[in-house]
Design a protein around this ligand. Structure first.
Ligand code: SF4
Length: 297
């Protein structure tokens, strides 16, 4: 586990690498974000964003959605998957808002998670992005990246959330989650692109040689290794990733978000030296500062 000072430095570097980190769901108020986040379970933000404009026009508030029937709602959200369960959740959520909260989305974790279809992750998304209450959503990307770097340990989303919240000030929680999610989508993928990563020098996964990224072998030439890396190390890490995917509670965020430019790297967390990516590596162009190039997802 990282010290608070190291954790802050790591999140500073992630901020630098992902300056535009934010939820990619489109919304104008807390009700819309709550609805969109419920719909995003096992779907993508892009797919949800295709559905919600017409949905929000037809059901602009909890009162309107509470009057909907599954028969009329299901066709409208069919393309997001699991439409029957999501229809029940959305109508139940809206009815609960009307009955218990005067149609308003409560700015309270316990009240939010008492709503149908709302887990802790969904509640944190809404609290942090629409209600001005610090929240740190933990999804499969956050679990994988935080464990790899050494910011957290374990596959329990609630425990990892607590560890991350303890590592950075509350005002940085939501942004920290957004950065970890984008890092997991664009850089620290299941097969990580360590060459373009700004936290490489502070990353436990990289330093122990657990990554299977072939380009890492080039970049790791001058890197210190704490232990001898073995094939079983990589295998264990991969196994942990698979387990972590299954343990993320509540609705998942997008799986295949469109890539946004990764910020040009000028430094890495834990190192005063500029990044020195391997020549010819796909990400090297990004590290040299070309923010217009997009890594393949
Ligand atoms: S160095 Fe590699 S494993 Fe570590 S956070 Fe960066 S991309 Fe992920």
């Amino acid at each position: 586990m990282k010290s608070p000072k190291d954790a802050v430095a790591i999140f500073d570097a992630l901020d630098e690498q992902h300056p535009g980190a934010d939820t990619e769901l489109h919304f104008t108020n807390a009700f819309e974000l709550l609805t969109a986040t419920i719909l995003s379970a096992q779907s993508t933000d892009q797919r949800v964003n295709m559905v919600t404009p017409a949905l929000f026009k037809r059901y602009p508030d909890a009162a309107a959605l509470a009057r909907a029937t599954p028969e009329e709602l299901e066709p409208q959200i069919h393309s997001t998957g699991f439409f029957r369960a999501k229809s029940r959740s959305l109508i139940g959520m809206a009815q609960a808002l009307m009955e218990q909260h005067h149609g308003q989305v409560p700015a309270d974790m316990d009240a939010l998670t008492a709503l149908p279809g709302v887990g802790r992750k969904t509640a944190n998304v809404v609290l942090g992005h629409a209600l001005g209450v610090p929240g740190l959503p933990v999804d499969r990307h956050v679990l994988r990246v935080a464990n790899r770097i050494g910011l957290a340990e374990g596959e329990d989303a609630v425990k990892v959330e607590a560890q991350l919240c303890a590592a950075v000030p509350a005002e940085r929680w939501t942004r920290a989650s957004d950065c970890l999610i984008l890092h997991g989508r664009r850089v620290c993928k299941p097969k990580p692109l360590c060459n373009i990563c700004l936290v490489q020098d502070a990353c436990d996964y990289f330093r122990t040689g657990a990554t299977t990224d072939a380009r890492k072998q080039d970049a790791a030439g001058a890197q210190p290794r704490k232990t001898g890396a073995t094939a079983s190390d990589a295998g264990s890490a991969t196994s942990r990733q698979r387990s972590a995917k299954g343990s993320a509670a509540g609705a998942n965020r997008a799986k295949t978000a469109p890539d946004k430019p990764v910020a040009g790297a000028s430094r890495r967390a834990g190192s005063s030296k500029p990044a020195t990516p391997a020549k010819g590596a796909a990400g090297a162009r990004l590290v040299r500062g070309s923010s217009s190039r997009k890594p393949r997802s």
